[in-house]
Design a protein. Structure first.
Length: 824
């Protein structure tokens, strides 16, 4: 063994093996190994420490030194950023907006790849998916907690709604699940994650869900992105309507479903399930005006989820012109009922002839119609009366030849939250269909208006809903108190001097716990906190009602679920819009559509461009690409980067990705949220703790801290002189938007001292706003150009230059304020 050691020693020191023989060999009795780790007696080292150290063996000293070095290294790594003299370096060596997730193209997948990328660019869709899935899980929890047979529930619903079995969504209507919402949320989450390098996924995880819903397979032929988007939107809308239908059906038939008498708590739980409006839903009002008699037609309401605009066969046009042309057109040779009735009535009054007995009844009806100021130019008349008018020919008045020119106007009555536009470039010359290469100019901003003639009337519908809600609330709330003297309790039995004590019961009753205000709540939870959260979510939603729910009292059932679809029974009142009567069914539909719509007083609804899908090639084949707007990345004064854009919540999909770390919740806010835990799923409560843990761990232990993800409200852009694109923004109070903890994690001393000052400074910080700057690349190159797996950054000018290839556009309604400031 000694010879092997000597050979290794000579090899390391580069000595001759023969020279080792001239050195004396150490013996255990004459030579002792020198301990190089021994410490001499120094006056500044305590004697006890010297004795403790020197008593250790050589191997023990080496092990102890290694432990001390490791502890010191970790302590230095953690504490150095908190030292006053430490100058913190920038958080990133790479920009967080350089990369985003792309799709692999296995065959002809570019149509689907571009469509899904466009969906992921719209923050409003993310908000909708979060709220929808959270509400859906509330209903699932209600069904499970009450042991409701889901299949029996589905069968009861289908029996009462036979038309559901005949629609193209009959397979989806026969289930309780919302699979496309879940698949869309999972896909959007992956596409919205902050990536520091390239990432590629497959779109087929989403397409397979679509195939399962319709029990069909994707064909191998060339597909159209608009057709896929239309199918996705209609399927999502159907799942939204199905969910609303289940909530309404359960509420109306709760006693039958539960097979017991429901208590107020059951209705209260259902009342808290708020189904958000589908953000792509819009409404178009089509109406004709006769240029001769100035009469109007009965209004026709057409819902849409994406609006198709035909591109004209010209060299160039612009998007505003296409919208105007789609809204108005003239029709010649129209057979106006009002003009014909007026001519016949005037002719009979002028002639004063002896009317044949078989025609007297018809003439009297025509005179009555002429005296009706609300007669429409396309009034639905009985077939015999309509034939009489058409064949009327007396003294030169031939009704069949009475025609006029009408102006047809199509008005967007309900601007959608997400305004999707499809430019139809198909051109048919009589033989073949070709692609229209007209240059369509478009902007990154758009403004829509409902129209003053409709705006005020639609607001009245919203007020009517509020009044009906109050009446229904009075009907379905408890009848404990009364003002009817005949129904009042006898005062002889209202004794107040009773104070009796029974025997003590050893059993403890923990079901009810009294809160500080003296009200008892089940399991010690305060329902007020949950209601407050629901109200805040409604206020943050741009399509929420302008009527604050904070003033509403807690009702047993929701008025929207009780209100019948048809008009009020026995009511003869008719409503009109733009001088034309509308049916009770149309009135109820308008009430439902505009119940939570947010009106702007100036009747101006502003939109920002979020995505563009371009198509290159011919009509039958080509390639799709997507221009996708980047999320808003900003920096605070300390150089910390924040992603101010909503993301799909981890607890909704069960997937966790830590490139963008959620900002911690306030301690006070977390405590408040705990009070409403009984109305939420158990996974949502634990996920908040998990997010906080991931945030602390990644901040303290990560060499490169994550992007802080937040979704604040009240963002205001600061317009500086000479700049078209705002570079600075103001964000609401950091405490209210959960920014304070994010700032504190980078300074431990402030974190410990901040908790003491939070309560005292809370009122002072309510009006405080934080100024942040957009990162430079967001201003210079605000879009990604995504061609399947290839991602490049482009400027706004590059996107707006796609005039001949633009195929689909996605605009999002925004209410962001802008503040003008001039630097002196």
């Amino acid at each position: 063994m000694s010879e092997i050691w000597n050979q290794l020693k000579c090899l390391i020191t580069n000595q001759d093996l023969n020279t080792i023989k001239h050195f004396p060999q150490p013996t255990t009795t004459t030579t002792q190994q020198i301990d190089c780790l021994s410490i001499l007696n120094y006056p500044f080292i305590p004697t006890l420490l010297l004795n403790y150290w020197n008593r250790k063996t050589y191997s023990e000293k080496k092990s102890l030194l290694l432990q001390i070095s490791l502890i010191l290294s970790i302590s230095l790594y953690i504490l150095t950023p908190s030292l006053p003299f430490y100058k913190q370096k920038p958080m990133f060596s790479k920009r967080p907006d350089k990369h985003t997730t792309g799709f692999i193209n296995l065959r002809n997948d570019c149509f689907a790849n571009s469509s899904l990328q466009a969906y992921s660019s719209v923050p409003s869709l993310t908000d909708y998916l979060n709220k929808f899935i959270a509400s859906y899980r509330q209903l699932v929890e209600f069904v499970k907690s009450n042991n409701i047979d889901i299949q029996e529930l589905i069968n009861l619903r289908l029996e009462l709604n036979k038309n559901l079995q005949n629609s193209k969504f009959k397979r989806s209507n026969s289930t309780f699940e919302v699979p496309l919402h879940m698949a869309m949320a999972s896909m959007v989450k992956k596409l919205q994650e902050t990536e520091m390098t390239t990432r590629t996924i497959s779109v087929w995880t989403f397409l397979h869900e679509l195939e399962n819903i319709f029990n069909a397979k994707m064909s191998r032929s060339q597909h159209d992105a608009h057709e896929l988007t239309q199918l996705i939107n209609e399927t999502l809308e159907n799942e939204n309507l199905k969910f609303k239908s289940f909530v309404r059906f359960i509420t109306l038939n709760l006693e039958t479903i539960l097979k017991r008498i429901p208590d107020p708590q059951d209705y209260a739980q259902l009342d808290k399930i708020v189904v958000p409006e589908f953000p792509f839903d819009g409404l178009i009002l089509s109406q004709m005006t006769c240029l001769t008699c100035h009469g109007v037609s009965q209004p026709n309401f057409t819902p849409f989820v994406i609006l198709t605009l035909p591109v004209p066969m010209t060299t160039t046009t612009n998007l505003e012109t296409l919208l105007e042309q789609n809204e108005s057109e003239q029709i010649e040779g129209y057979q106006c009922i009002k003009c014909r009735v007026s001519k016949i009535a005037m002719n009979e009054e002028h002639l004063k002839r002896q009317i044949p007995l078989e025609d007297v009844d018809y003439i009297n009806k025509i005179i009555g119609l002429n005296n009706n100021p609300n007669l429409c130019i396309n009034e639905d008349l009985p077939e015999d009366l309509e034939n009489f008018i058409k064949n009327y020919n007396v003294e030169g008045i031939d009704a069949s030849r009475i025609t006029s020119t009408v102006q047809k106007k199509s008005q967007i009555l309900k601007p959608p939250k997400i305004f999707g536009l499809h430019l139809s470039r198909s051109s048919f010359d009589g033989q073949v269909v070709t692609r229209n290469s007209c240059r369509v100019k478009f902007s990154d901003k758009m403004t829509l208006s409902i129209g003053k003639e409709y705006h005020d009337k639609l607001k009245q519908f919203q007020t009517m809903v509020q009044k009906e809600d109050e009446k229904l609330r009075e009907k379905y709330t408890s009848n404990v108190l009364t003002t009817d003297e005949n129904d009042m309790e006898d005062e002889d039995v209202q004794r107040e001097d009773i104070d009796e004590k029974g025997e003590e019961d050893d059993d403890e009753d923990d079901e009810d716990v009294t809160t500080d205000d003296g009200t008892a709540t089940e399991n010690g939870t305060d329902d007020l906190d949950d209601e407050t959260d629901e109200e805040e979510e409604e206020d943050d939603d741009d399509i929420s009602s302008v009527m604050s729910r904070e003033t509403e009292t807690q009702s047993v059932t929701t008025s929207s679920t009780i209100r019948p679809n048809s008009g009020p029974t026995g009511s003869s009142q008719e409503y009109s819009i733009n001088s034309a009567p509308i049916s009770h069914k149309q009135t109820d539909n308008l009430k439902e559509l505009f119940k939570r719509f947010k009106f702007n007083d100036n009747d101006l609804y502003k939109y920002r461009l979020r995505a563009v899908i371009k198509h290159m090639g011919s009509h039958t084949q080509g390639h799709y690409e997507c221009y996708k707007h980047k999320p808003l990345y900003v920096k605070d004064k300390n150089g910390n980067i924040f992603k101010l854009s909503p993301e799909i919540k981890d607890e909704l999909t069960g997937e966790i990705h830590c490139e963008a770390t959620p900002v911690e919740s306030n301690p006070a806010q977390s405590n408040a949220n705990n009070g409403s835990a009984t109305m939420r799923s158990s996974s949502s409560g634990s996920s908040e703790n998990d997010e906080g843990f991931r945030h602390k761990f990644s901040t303290m232990m990560g060499r490169r801290p994550s992007v802080f993800q937040a979704n604040p409200t009240g963002v205001e852009e600061i317009l500086s002189s000479g700049l078209q694109t705002p570079a600075e923004i103001l964000v609401d109070d950091p405490n209210q938007n959960n920014f304070e903890n994010a700032f504190a994690t980078h300074n431990f001393r402030d974190a410990f001292n901040g908790n003491k000052d939070t309560a005292t400074n809370k009122k002072q910080e309510e009006e405080k706003k934080v100024k942040m700057k957009k990162i430079p690349s967001i201003i210079s190159k605000p879009y990604w150009r995504i061609s399947d797996a290839t991602v490049t950054e482009v400027s706004k000018a590059s996107v707006l230059a796609e005039e001949t290839t633009v195929y689909m556009l996605y605009y999002e309604r925004v209410d962001r304020k802008q503040i003008k400031r001039h630097h002196g």
